[in-house]
Write a protein that binds this ligand. Structure first.
Ligand code: SF4
Length: 158
């Protein structure tokens, strides 16, 4: 388990640590549970990813699908805040939603969600399957099939 292993280190040491973790996985077949707030390094090192909000999984799947095409409004917010190495793109332009003080007994993200609907405040969303290899806990995808059990790892490619 690697819990924020590069959060307080400089760029060169960060690259060395990430390279060592990748080597452990590829050369010795050791599985690594990489815990981070940094989606950039998660994208570099992980095959599969779980996005959590307030202690609950909101989206899970292959790192390519989840980070390149996020479906859950919280994942979309996280990805939109990732710095991009593109000089034409400047900081700013992302509108952060106003947090509502109303408490939700349904979806935990409802007070911050720009897409919250009436049902979100009183019901917990199931895990829906908007595409292969990914599941999302959000009523925006309620017309899609649901996951058979709460074990979200079943969507990960084997
Ligand atoms: S279930 Fe509703 S409040 Fe929760 S993330 Fe989806 S749209 Fe937003």
């Amino acid at each position: 388990m690697a819990d924020e292993p590069v959060s307080m280190v400089d760029a060169s040491l960060r690259a060395t640590i990430l390279s060592s973790l990748r080597k452990l996985n590829q050369d010795f077949g050791i599985s690594i549970l990489y815990i981070t707030h940094d989606l950039t390094t998660a994208y570099q090192i992980c095959e599969n990813i779980l996005i959590m909000y307030a202690g609950s999984v909101v989206e899970a799947g292959s790192v390519e699908q989840v980070i390149r095409n996020p479906k859950h409004p919280y994942t979309q917010l996280l990805v939109s805040s990732m710095p991009l190495p593109d000089k034409s793109k400047r900081w700013g332009g992302v509108e952060f939603e106003e947090i509502q003080l109303r408490k939700s007994s349904g979806c935990k993200f409802a007070p911050r969600c720009p897409a919250a609907m009436q049902e979100c405040w009183s019901q917990r969303p199931s895990f829906y399957l908007p595409d292969d290899g990914r599941t999302v806990a959000c009523f925006l995808y309620k017309d899609q099939p649901t996951l058979a059990s709460p074990d979200v790892s079943q969507v990960f490619p084997t």
